[in-house]
Design a protein around this ligand. Structure first.
Ligand SMILES: [Zn+2]
Length: 393
């Protein structure tokens, strides 16, 4: 481990902990990240102001992504390396302040691991760069992005790539340093609704029933053999609701469908088959049922990489794997999943995702991080980010 980082951490440890606890306490569900964005922007601006020589441009956009351009000047096609950490947390209705508890060497709080620790690590990387670098050879783009969780559909990350066409590779900071995400699992999610006239259970017996039609759709959906298609894939019906009373023919039935795969072709095949099932269900009802669908989630999977892009993806994976092993003493597991990396990977741009802490319980109220992992985690973030500052990609 580099001594300069250890010294920096020793000096700023208390500030780092205080910042982390205050960031956890801010409620930040997807689409409601304004408060945390303002906090991050204020912090970056204050740190930049203390160091007059640093070359940084800090701003927020209308969806509350916070951008910090280092080096530059940046234009839309300026070549750069992107580092990001998502600012949203998983539960949609949270109001603040979120309770934060320190106990048995752990910090408990919703969003502590997913993704406050990583947001703070990236904030401190910016602080370190402002304090220590005036000669920057590689342009770095640091973004604290919104809407990575559930219904957010990676909106924040999509925006980054729409704005900046010169991003050469991306490292996302998320979750812990035991896992290194290097492949994308994409997904498609639909809400389907069956609508019929309904009627009295006895007098109108024989009329179409929305629940019966939806059950038939679900049966057929599960008959699709997704496991035989290309890639690692899954499908699920996650929710169903419909009908009004035991003695009424159900007029309406809703259900939520999703499928995931690390192969884009499989996602598209499933989409075609699902739409066919709905169309046939409607046709069978001969004008007595309407079947509607709404796309409620879309996360792209990796498209076919060129040989050159594959080589660069492997190189980036190796590099981050190596640094992580070096700093933490543990080799992270290589896994695929749904993260902000889905966006660059779907465009053939190398991207990986690693965390800067240890902890458990993400997406539950018992979420926590191990305090003892935070120093290593911050060194890891510094090694990764600052390692790019003096080289060309
Ligand atoms: Zn996360």
């Amino acid at each position: 481990m580099e001594q300069k980082y250890i010294k920096f951490i020793a000096q700023s440890k208390k500030d780092y902990f205080d910042l982390l606890k205050s960031v956890i306490s801010i409620p930040s569900p997807s689409y409601k990240e304004r408060e945390i964005a303002v906090k991050i922007k204020d912090f970056l601006e204050q740190e930049a102001e203390k160091n007059h020589n640093c070359r940084a441009n800090i701003y927020t956009d209308d969806i509350w992504n916070v951008y910090c351009e280092i080096g530059g000047p940046f234009h839309t096609d300026t070549e750069c390396v992107l580092f990001c950490a998502h600012t949203d947390t998983v539960f949609p209705d949270d109001k603040g302040p979120i309770p934060v508890k320190e106990e048995n060497g752990r910090i408990y709080g919703l969003g502590a691991k997913d993704n406050c620790a990583n947001v703070c690590a990236l904030m401190f990387c910016a602080k370190y760069i402002f304090e220590n670098y005036t000669d920057i050879q590689q342009n770095l783009l640091l973004v604290f992005d919104v809407c990575e969780e559930g219904t957010g559909n990676l909106r924040g990350c999509q925006r980054i790539f729409k704005k900046y066409s010169g991003i050469k590779q991306m490292i996302a900071f998320d979750l812990d340093y035991k896992k290194l995400f290097h492949r994308a699992v994409g997904s498609m999610r639909y809400e389907a609704v069956v609508k019929v006239r309904g009627g009295h259970a006895f007098h109108d017996f024989g009329n179409k029933n929305a629940i019966e039609i939806m059950s038939d759709i679900i049966q057929k959906f599960y008959k699709i053999n997704i496991s035989d298609m290309k890639g690692s894939s899954s499908c699920n019906v996650g929710m169903i609701k419909g009908g009004t009373s035991v003695n009424a023919i159900a007029e309406k039935c809703h259900a939520l469908f999703e499928w995931r795969s690390d192969c884009e072709e499989t996602l598209q095949n499933m989409d075609d088959l699902f739409k066919k099932i709905l169309k046939k269900a409607e046709a069978r009802a001969q004008g007595e049922a309407y079947v509607e669908k709404k796309l409620i989630g879309l996360r792209p999977s990796a498209k076919a990489f060129t040989e050159e892009a594959k080589r660069r993806q492997n190189k980036l994976t190796e590099r981050i794997m190596h640094i992580t092993e070096d700093v933490t003493g543990q080799r992270p597991c290589l896994i695929c999943g749904s993260t902000d990396c889905n966006i660059p990977l779907s465009e053939g741009i190398p991207a990986v995702c690693i965390g800067t802490c240890l902890g458990e319980g993400e997406h539950t109220r018992e979420e926590y991080i191990e305090i003892s992992s935070l120093e290593k985690g911050l060194v890891l973030a510094l090694e990764i980010v600052c390692g790019f500052l003096t080289e060309t990609v």
